[in-house]
Design a protein around this ligand. Structure first.
Ligand SMILES: C[S@@+](CC[C@H](N)C(=O)[O-])C[C@H]1O[C@@H](n2cnc3c(N)ncnc32)[C@H](O)[C@@H]1O
Length: 252
């Protein structure tokens, strides 16, 4: 799995965007103090930590299939339940949480509808489910400058725009297919400043996610050509990357 990397590598590559996204997603999900909330595909804990701040560790659980991420989330969120597990077979009982969230996860599931159905099982009838996914299909995600450069050199590569849920209305459609009643949809936008081009580029060389896997698969001078194409397309540093995600809220 291209997320089988250290928590530090993940945080350098994606945490820089998912950390500022977490409070926006939390607000869009309508989580209230007193609720018990499960964070599915928690990674090293960007959203889990915000949930703990808002609800207290006793009301928060999280799950991820990558052992290094589970360990990092446990260290970051003492007192919260953090389990190793898969979104399509959640290690939690029926109706055991009021709200089940997934930030930037549904697009990586082999069967996203099955994953959303499983989230609904754990939320129970009337429980809340919410998910968000970067706008890769609309080229509004944080990695769009990178995938745009890849496509300039290799027009056949679709990159993460091909993943399910990354276009407008896609998540709502998947949620309805999973039997959920959609109650809200929002576009969430963060802006992240990169001080130098290398600060932006270096995390792409750490092998994280499909973009990191793509760089790792480059042979000969193709990684260097890709780096130069990215540099050519990006503004002079320091520059800002604007990243938007589609967010959906639904009732089980
Ligand atoms: C882009 S990261 C998002 C992590 C975290 N939610 C955040 O916002 O920083 C995608 C996460 O999905 C997890 N993931 C991938 N496949 C999964 C699966 N089948 N079940 C649960 N989580 C999965 C990865 O391990 C990774 O932590």
């Amino acid at each position: 799995m291209s997320f089988d990397v250290s928590a530090e590598a993940y945080d350098q590559f994606m945490g820089r965007y998912s950390e500022p996204l977490a409070p926006l997603f939390l607000a869009a999900s309508g989580v209230e103090p007193g609720q018990r909330v499960l964070d599915v595909g928690c990674g090293p804990g960007a959203l889990t930590a915000r949930l703990v701040e808002r609800l207290g560790p006793g009301c928060v659980a999280a799950v991820d299939p990558v052992p290094a991420f589970v360990e990092a989330a446990r260290a970051r969120c003492p007192g919260a339940v953090v389990r190793l597990g898969d979104a399509q077979r959640l290690p939690f009982d029926d109706a055991s949480y009021d709200v089940v969230l997934a930030q930037l996860v549904v697009q990586f599931l082999p069967d996203p509808v099955e994953g959303l159905r499983e989230m609904a099982r754990v939320a129970g009838p009337g429980g809340e489910v919410a998910a968000c996914v970067w706008d890769h299909a609309g080229e509004g995600g944080p990695l769009s400058p990178f995938w745009g450069a890849v496509r300039a050199l290799e027009p056949d590569v679709l990159g993460e725009a091909a993943l399910p849920g990354t276009g407008e209305h896609d998540l709502a459609r998947l949620a309805k297919e999973a039997g959920l009643t959609v109650t809200g949809a929002e576009r969430l936008t963060v802006r992240v400043c990169h001080e130098t081009f290398d600060d932006w580029w270096e995390p792409y060389t750490l092998g994280v996610g499909p973009a990191g896997a793509h760089v790792a698969s480059c042979r000969g001078d193709s990684a260097e050509r890709l780096r130069e194409e990215c540099r050519r397309r990006l503004p002079e540093a320091p520059f800002e990357v604007q990243a938007s995600a589609w967010s959906v809220r639904a009732r089980a």
